[in-house]
Design a protein around this ligand. Structure first.
Ligand code: ADP
Ligand code: MG
Length: 465
């Protein structure tokens, strides 16, 4: 008698309950974890050790290939010397050291060379062309990685994410993933859950529009790809392998005393990423959160360290301050009502003005007759200011920074009391504060030139003393 005969006729929920849990993980390797042959060998070791968990591997471009590609594109458009020599030598050297055939990569680099020549000839470098050019980084990376895995103990195959159904809109450089990608990915990779016949190595960061044009998902987009793949497959864990021992209490480059945070909630991690922590793509937690797939940030150089676990609900989430982050070079807009408008009417008109021009805002603080807000991106707001000026006095100032304190907002009075004391000691003037918009984040606006001393002072107080 077969298993299926036994369970036939059972309630589907009970069936699901009875079935053994199918294990599957996503393992994402960032550029620093694929910098050279030695690191790729290390990645292999990590993936090989986890074969029982059926890893799906997602890769960024090797080392700083993305920056190299952008620099060559820029040189080509400016009529300077450009070429593929550096990119070719990096990849052929790594391939040689790994003992794999580089023919496939060389072919791809030939195509890249043609595109760069096109840029130089046409003197045209649109967002669309830029995305096409940077896509070569990930496309080369998966070829190297899969070929090396395959040459070792693992049967492996590379995939361009678009061949698995990763689709976006056409906002080149920062494209939005279309919802149908989840179904597509689940269909194209789902069979591996039951029958793990090979280790797939998938391009991070890149996708295509429905029309077939190549797009990219924005800075650190490989995190987002990994999260979407993990959510689509309802994986057991999404592992982001980087060069740090997980998410730190603040950017270690700003405060050398930064410590690894062992456990953090989806919401806290999202706020941290959105408000500037350059360790994660700003939206990368959302897909995992949506399908409740745990995320773990790990150090490929120090794999025994547990790193950071990101989970839906955290027991005893009654901590104090978890982490500090900042978003720099932010624009602050102060809007004061000049007419006798009621608060709701005034707020409605203000947000209508931003909405109409498609300008999104990050932080908001309101009073009866005024609104202060910060802008999400560096974009022109001349039109918005003109619209607002019809009923309000508008003051725009640049060079600000948002300092975000991620922590237990239930204790916000204490946190703010501490924070203002430390900032006063450092002679820092807080220009705006926003609290309550998020359950885990308090935002303060300070001068950008003062942000380092703010972070250092607060970090010392909250985490080092
Ligand atoms: P990846 O290899 O996945 O591309 P990134 O370089 O994007 O990794 O992210 C890791 C880097 O992020 C670290 O080396 C560190 O310098 C920086 N970083 C900034 N803020 C933080 C933080 N709060 N926690 C950990 N790392 C941070
Ligand atoms: Mg990154």
């Amino acid at each position: 008698m077969k298993y299926s005969d036994i369970v036939l006729g059972l309630d589907p929920d009970l069936f699901r309950f009875l079935r053994l849990k199918v294990v599957m993980i996503v393992m994402k390797f960032g550029g620093s974890s694929l910098r050279d042959a030695e690191r790729i060998q290390l990645a292999y070791k990590l993936v090989n050790e986890r074969q029982a968990q059926k890893p799906i591997v997602v890769c960024s471009a090797l080392g700083s290939t993305t920056d190299m590609l952008l620099a060559e594109a820029q040189a080509a458009i400016e009529g300077k010397d450009f070429g593929v020599a550096k990119i070719r030598s990096l990849h052929t050297q790594v391939s040689e050291e790994l003992g794999i055939d580089a023919q496939d990569q060389i072919k791809l680099i030939g195509e890249l060379e043609e595109v760069l020549r096109g840029v130089a000839l046409l003197k045209e470098l649109s967002g669309k062309t830029k995305d096409y050019i940077v896509s070569f980084g990930e496309r080369l990376a998966v070829r190297v990685v899969a070929a090396y895995f395959d040459s070792q103990k693992l049967t492996s195959k590379f995939h361009e994410a678009w061949d698995l159904g990763m689709l976006t809109n056409s906002d080149y450089g920062d494209a939005q993933v279309l919802d149908e990608s989840y179904d597509n990915l689940s269909k194209s990779l789902g069979a591996l859950k039951e029958n793990y016949s090979y280790t797939p190595v998938v391009t991070g960061y890149i996708a295509k529009t429905k029309e077939g044009n190549i797009t990219t998902l924005g800075r650190s987009g490989t995190d987002l790809t990994a999260s979407i793949v993990g959510a689509a497959l309802q994986a057991d864990e999404i592992q982001l392998w980087k060069d740090v021992d997980g998410i730190m209490t603040t950017d270690p480059r700003l405060a050398p005393g930064a410590k690894s945070v062992p456990l953090i909630s989806f919401e806290e991690a999202s706020e941290l990423a959105y408000f500037g922590a350059k360790v994660l793509h700003p939206l990368s937690i959302q897909p995992a959160m949506r399908n409740n797939v745990p995320v773990r940030v790990k150090n490929s150089q120090n794999s025994d360290h547990p790193g950071t676990e990101i989970l839906g609900v955290i027991d005893g989430a009654s901590g104090y301050v978890k982490a500090l982050t900042c978003k720099r070079n932010v624009t602050l807009v102060d809007i004061v009502s000049t007419r006798m408008l009621d608060q709701y009417g005034f707020l409605a008109k203000v947000f209508q003005a931003f909405n109409l021009r498609g300008v999104s805002v990050d932080m908001v603080a309101t009073s009866e007759i005024s609104v202060s807000l910060t802008l999400n991106k560096r974009e022109s707001i001349d039109h918005v200011v003109a619209d607002l000026s019809e009923f309000a006095t508008v003051d725009v100032s640049h060079g600000k920074a948002i300092l975000s304190i991620i922590g237990n907002i239930a204790r916000s009075s204490e946190i703010l009391d501490d924070t203002f004391r430390i900032l006063r000691e450092n002679s820092v003037n807080v220009q705006m504060i926003s609290q309550g918009a998020s359950k885990v984040n308090i935002g303060l606006i300070v001068e950008d030139s003062e942000i380092e001393k703010c972070i250092q002072g607060l970090h010392k107080h909250f985490f080092e003393d």
